[in-house]
Design a protein around this ligand. Sequence first.
Ligand SMILES: *[C@@H]1O[C@H](CO)[C@@H](O)[C@H](O)[C@H]1NC(C)=O
Ligand SMILES: *[C@@H]1O[C@H](CO)[C@@H](O)[C@H](O)[C@H]1NC(C)=O
Length: 253
Amino acid sequence: MCSKVNFALLALAFAGIVANCQAATLDQRILGGEDVASGQFTFVASVRLDSAHVCGGSIIGARQILTAAHCVVDDNNQVVAADRVSARIGSLNQFASGKIIYAESIAVQPNYTYISNDVAVIQLSSAVEESSKISIIPIATSADQAPAVGTAISVAGWGEQSSGAAPYKLQSVAFSVASEEECTKGFPEHDESTFCLAHNLKEGSCLGDAGNGVAYNNRLVGVASFVVGACGSRYAEVFVNVTHFAEWIQTQL
Ligand SMILES: *[C@@H]1O[C@H](CO)[C@@H](O)[C@H](O)[C@H]1NC(C)=O
Ligand SMILES: *[C@@H]1O[C@H](CO)[C@@H](O)[C@H](O)[C@H]1NC(C)=O
């Protein structure tokens, strides 16, 4: 599957370009983010592979983190061993504080391929305890819980910034829900399993931001999947439509 432009997956470890497309450059980084204040985005987790941040994730159950499938699948399309994966929760700092909980198992959406059905549930080895810094966010289960086109939504993550270095502190950046037309412009294969968020030029997600959760009205509606072209391009970014996968996700809860 290849579009007129390239897609760039956003996980740090397996950052790759979708098959049969020429390598896109990822020399542009996320821009325009701002520090998240304590008590905000408390459902956010740093998903770690071999003890280093690789992707974002959302706490959707006492023992479950929702992330992008490509964050936990290696170059040979194998799900990585669960004992290599952990999540840091309850901290704005990806390197310190909060709590680290190891994965017990990982369930990748059975129909996942490259950029399709890019969603996975990490089962944790112990339950999270909710606090002022940790919360469980319910997933959106019906389309009427989704934000309308044009709605402003901030998404938080630890993806790379303009400096090329990953921030230690959680950053959030403002998006708005893109129209079908705008989404299809960059991603012609777009269907209801994904939706797009538009952003200002040179802002948005970059490497390390895959798996970031999109919350609306205290429900999780999206999971960051990939950018079209390079980070900060003029194209809207593609997110997994959580509602579309709600039934499968619920089987994991
Ligand atoms: C996988 O895709 C098939 C064909 O579209 C569909 O019938 C099936 O329900 C999907 N499986 C899951 C677990 O989503
Ligand atoms: C998300 O999925 C739901 C359920 O399949 C669907 O009704 C809705 O239209 C989808 N949203 C988008 C933006 O495609």
